[in-house]
Write a protein that binds this ligand. Sequence first.
Ligand code: G3P
Length: 228
Amino acid sequence: MLILLDTANFEAITRMYDLFPYDGVTTNPTILKNEKNDPMKQLLRIWEFLPAGSALHAQVISVTAEEMVEEAHYMVKRLGEGLYVKVPVSAQGLKAISILSKEGIHVTATAIYTPMQAFMAAKAGAKFTAPYVNRIDNMGADGVKAAMDIHDMLRMHKLDSDVLAASFKNSQQILELCRHGIGSVTAAPDVLEALIRHPATDHAITAFNNDFAEAFGKNKTMLELYEI
Ligand code: G3P
């Protein structure tokens, strides 16, 4: 399962990439607004930092298909052909997805609240479909199940598209999708950090290190012992 960071905060991206094996960064207009920087400059800064093989997803703002296509062309020109252009699944968006996909531009269909929106986007050629798991939950439906249904439908109908589940508020939602074999998820840094945090692990590390210090001296590591 690919795991991407859903943020445009450069400090968070560099800090998290230093620690964890991520696969890329996703952004949306609201995420870019939070950085209070020129959005294209911010995306370029992120893109230049990301290791080879990472993905960057950035969203168009236009609302008509023609304008979305023009905007996507500009974004690819500035950010490179590896960019995944996020296009919302409005009727105009689906038209834009068809046009861009036929041109060979990578498209991530976004703002997905129902499995059929994802299905149509995949038929139009989107490489990723992004259901908003937590937002779906907040509307009284089941976001995890919607993402699983999309995953199953794409496979059942042999569509060349994968789920990029987005909008998470807790690590349990991600765990359930990982168990189901979902292709990729993107989440905010705090949610991703919670994936590996466990007080029992911290306790175990402290107990091990206290035992070692008691036996071999305070603040000693294998390195110092080797040198003795
Ligand atoms: O990038 C879109 C999606 O991740 C939105 O998440 O947390 O605003 O519901 P959220």
